[in-house]
Design a protein around this ligand. Structure first.
Ligand SMILES: Nc1nc2c(ncn2[C@@H]2O[C@H](COP(=O)(O)OP(=O)(O)OP(=O)(O)O)[C@@H](O)[C@H]2O)c(=O)[nH]1
Ligand SMILES: [Mg+2]
Length: 659
């Protein structure tokens, strides 16, 4: 007899008003969440955009629902931290309905999740999204046949065009539990029932939990510990091992195969093929961007676009205009005369418009220098994110990353680190092992400059030369590989297999880019400007109390004698900890006003790139990896950055290279 998947769970917790969006990574859950709730959460074209849950509300016919967006899952037996978040949501409280968002292009993969939701005994609505892309590939799905087989509502959607969203809302009022039966081998079924009998009441069926346990799901242990005594857990584990002893292959494989077989059978009866009508250009871009040889010109093209748009246009043209004209010619002189006229105390005047003035320095740096750079960076970055290039970059760099014992999946958080290191540490949740997450966190903190910093650096390099740019890139990548290689040897654990779903190349949606950029700028203004003001105030105090000179003197053997930089840079390094871009902006300002030689510019750029993570990043590392790791990483990076700076200075001066 086949196991009935819709055995109703024993206990239904109180609230029935939860709607949970579940599905594979990068299928459009977040965009649908936005359409249902009117609340924007980040939408991007790579798997792993969402790593934490978001809540929003929707009211339908007077009934209010709490809608939850979750991280994408490949399986409801979690392999990584973000997948666990999703499974735990289902385990936490029984939802009124689950909207299972699937990719119409890949029904088989979608159904593997539907089957597990069915086993859990949850009410499901299946949203088959990306109908447009499926059609372009010649795939049409017979939704009625599917709905009949699964006994649930199946709705075709094209989220960016809002197609199907109204039907989805209507379906929410009346969800159904899918009825499916999976042909597990008799022995597996027996043990599923035996283990289910020992399990505590839960929002999802005992059978589904038992199947997870038989598949070797260690992440359930914590939950079991909370609900049943150790003796019961031991009994369950004994049953699991007993079941396994009857097979010469892992039970997890046997369970997966049975599900896959079912998914394939349903898929076979649902897909209709028509003629493809995909554009040749998209096919061409998809092929070349991942090719080991042709991929390189594409990569260089992408970098060139970045350099021109952010480094030349943002950090050059726009900053010149904002800093030189708007602030330099108009605002700062105006503020200075107003302050001099109105403010009676010399000290206060100096604090506002002096050498470390809150207006002349903090606002000029944050608004005139960093804002144009971050804005152009965010626009360029969103275009890359939405085009689907990032996962392709991961494939391209897989070989290089393999050298340092990481797999290409780690490139995603690293590239996101170019946007913001703090967010990137959070995204490292998509990595499967603690070791990969730790290595990535270390390399992020050490060698990946964040957007604002990168923009300033590109601007300074632009003012130097191509040679300096190449030396900077070479040094940073070299250091990253070197430290990564050593760290991979020291940090225990095995290298994991590389598995990353590659999304199609898509034309970026202008609206999404605008919404994302505006959101990020807003976040930047809220987060950065107050810290720039605080940082400048600290500098002002240190300066007034004559402590800055003292600190410069103490640091002088390292900063001046060893690394060869002017003493004034000490202050910028101190503030680099508050925000890395503040440090970089200070150096930028010095270089622009002739305070740094070419060698000093390059050396200071390398040092500040490697320099310790900013405060926000530091706190995120504490949150995700623990205080010990955060302190250890910082304690390593601090002297290391200066060491590399000093060595580079030595080599540049010795070799007499003209930058
Ligand atoms: N052509 C097309 N693109 C879509 C459709 N739905 C979503 N997208 C695009 O698919 C990408 C992924 O969308 P998201 O909403 O971020 O997907 P997600 O499921 O939340 O992804 P994760 O959070 O990474 O699991 C974005 O680039 C969307 O613009 C669709 O129906 N058609
Ligand atoms: Mg998402």
């Amino acid at each position: 007899m086949a196991l009935k998947c819709h055995d109703t769970p024993k206990n239904l917790p109180s609230s029935l008003d939860r709607v949970v969006l579940v599905g594979n990574p990068n299928v459009g859950k977040s965009i649908i969440f936005g359409l249902l709730t009117g609340k924007y959460v980040t939408v991007s074209n790579y798997p792993g955009t969402t790593v934490e849950v978001s809540h929003g509300n929707i009211t339908l016919h007077g009934r209010k629902f709490d809608v939850i967006d979750t991280p994408g899952v490949n399986n409801l037996i979690p392999m990584s931290e973000d997948e666990k978040v999703t499974r735990d949501i289902l385990l936490d409280e029984r939802p009124a309905s689950v909207i299972h968002v699937g990719d119409s292009k890949n029904l088989r993969r979608t159904l593997l999740i539907t089957i597990q939701l069915a086993e859990m005994g949850l009410p499901v609505i299946l949203a088959l999204n990306m109908e447009d892309e499926a059609r372009d590939r010649g795939i049409i799905l017979d939704k009625d046949a599917l709905a009949k087989q699964l006994n649930i509502k199946v709705i075709g959607t094209v989220a960016p065009r809002r197609k199907g969203i109204r039907d989805l809302k209507d379906a929410l009022l009346n969800p159904a539990e899918p009825s499916l039966s999976i042909d597990y081998p008799e022995r597996v079924k027996q043990y599923i029932d035996k283990i289910a009998g020992l399990l505590p009441d839960a929002p999802i069926s005992g059978q589904s939990l038992a199947a997870m346990i038989l598949s070797g799901d260690e992440s359930l242990r914590e939950w079991l510990n909370k609900h049943i005594p150790d003796t019961e857990i031991e009994k369950i584990e004994a049953l699991r091992d007993e079941c396994q002893s009857g097979f010469n292959r892992p039970v997890s494989t046997i369970i997966n195969e049975a599900r896959l077989k079912k998914a394939e059978k349903i898929t076979g009866g649902t897909i209709k093929r028509i003629e493809r009508r995909r554009s040749r250009l998209t096919n061409f871009i998809e092929k070349t961007s991942m090719h080991p040889v042709y991929g390189l010109p594409v990569l260089i093209g992408a970098l060139f676009f970045f350099y021109e748009f952010v480094g030349v246009f943002g950090a050059g043209t726009l900053v010149d205009f904002f800093e030189g004209v708007i602030f330099g010619k108009y605002l700062n002189p105006m503020f200075t005369s107003v302050v001099n006229l109105v403010v009676p105390f010399e000290l206060l005047r100096e604090m506002l418009v002096g050498e470390y003035g809150l207006i002349t320095v903090a606002l000029t740096y944050s608004i005139a220098i960093i804002l144009p750079i971050t804005a152009t960076f965010f626009i360029a970055f969103s275009i890359l994110e939405d085009s689907g290039y990032l996962p392709r970059l991961a494939i391209m760099s897989n070989r290089i990353f393999n050298l340092i014992g990481l797999n290409g999946k780690a490139i995603l958080p690293m590239v996101l680190g170019l946007g913001c290191g703090t967010m990137a540490v959070l995204t490292s949740r998509i990595l499967e092992t603690r070791r990969d997450r730790l290595l990535t966190t270390l390399l992020l903190a050490l060698a990946v400059p964040c957007s604002a910093q990168l923009g300033v650096i590109l601007g300074m390099l632009g003012a130097l030369s191509w040679k300096a740019t190449v030396i900077w890139i070479g040094t940073i990548i070299g250091i990253m590989l070197f430290v990564g290689y050593l760290a991979a040897k020291v940090i225990p654990g095995d290298k994991t297999e590389f598995f990353l779903e590659i999304p199609p190349v898509r034309r970026p949606n202008l609206m999404n880019i605008l919404v994302k950029t505006v959101g990020r700028i807003e976040w930047y203004l809220k987060e950065a400007v107050p810290l720039f003001i605080l940082g400048t105030f600290i500098l002002f105090l240190l300066h007034k109390l004559n402590l800055l000179k003292l600190l410069e003197k103490i640091a002088s053997p390292v900063v001046v004698d060893f690394v060869g930089l002017p003493a004034k840079t000490t202050g910028y390094f101190i503030l680099g900890f508050l925000r890395r871009d503040y440090g970089a902006a200070g150096l930028f300002d010095m270089a622009q006003h002739g305070g740094l030689t070419a060698v000093q510019s390059l050396v200071s750029l390398v040092t500040i790139t490697l320099f310790v993570p900013c405060l926000a990043n530091f706190f995120m590392i504490i949150k995700e990896r623990g205080i010990k790791t955060a302190v250890a990483i910082t304690a390593f990076i601090f002297p290391f950055a200066f060491l590399v700076g000093g060595l580079l200075n030595y080599v540049l001066l010795r070799s007499g290279i003209q930058l």
